[in-house]
Design a protein. Structure first.
Length: 155
């Protein structure tokens, strides 16, 4: 954009310098006053036409640049919107995957815990049965010993 400003400044300086040079040349030229005034009028018209043309070019360049900026802004906004949509979609997919993984892990953990509880319960039942059997044997031995002892004392 700075390049356009310097070009415009150069062109304006060139036109103003040319006009001043032409005016000075006319003033010092060996012509009659009327011829000089006519020449100045003619050169003034040429300068006005050049200025109008320069204004028109600057206006066209500005309109073109504004259209390019609008298009670039629109494209950028569209790209940002698409990117945001893609990111949001990926985040949603990741959240759903994590939810599924957590649910699967919870189910696996629950199944493993249930299985371990069942195993411990079976071991506890088995050990309880062994203890009861040992207690019965011990009780039966005590009863037999008591009976033997009673027989010996009565005899």
């Amino acid at each position: 954009m700075a390049a356009n400003d310097s070009k415009t400044d150069f062109i304006i300086g060139l036109l103003v310098g040319g006009a001043l040079g032409a005016a000075l040349a006319l003033l010092y030229a060996p012509q009659t006053g009327e011829e000089t005034r006519e020449t100045i009028k003619q050169k003034g018209g040429e300068i006005a036409d050049s200025a109008n043309e320069l204004y028109s070019q600057a206006k066209d360049q500005t309109a073109t640049l504004a259209a390019q900026v609008r298009e670039s802004t629109s494209n950028l906004a569209s790209t940002v919107k698409e990117s945001a949509s893609t990111v949001a979609s990926r985040v949603g997919e990741t959240v759903e995957k994590v939810k599924g993984d957590v649910a699967d892990g919870y189910a696996d953990l629950k199944d493993a815990a249930t299985q371990k509880v069942a195993e411990v319960s079976e071991v506890a039942k088995s050990e309880t049965a062994k203890i009861k059997q040992t207690a019965r044997k011990a009780g039966s031995s005590v009863t037999d010993s008591a009976g033997d002892l009673a027989d010996t004392t009565t005899a």
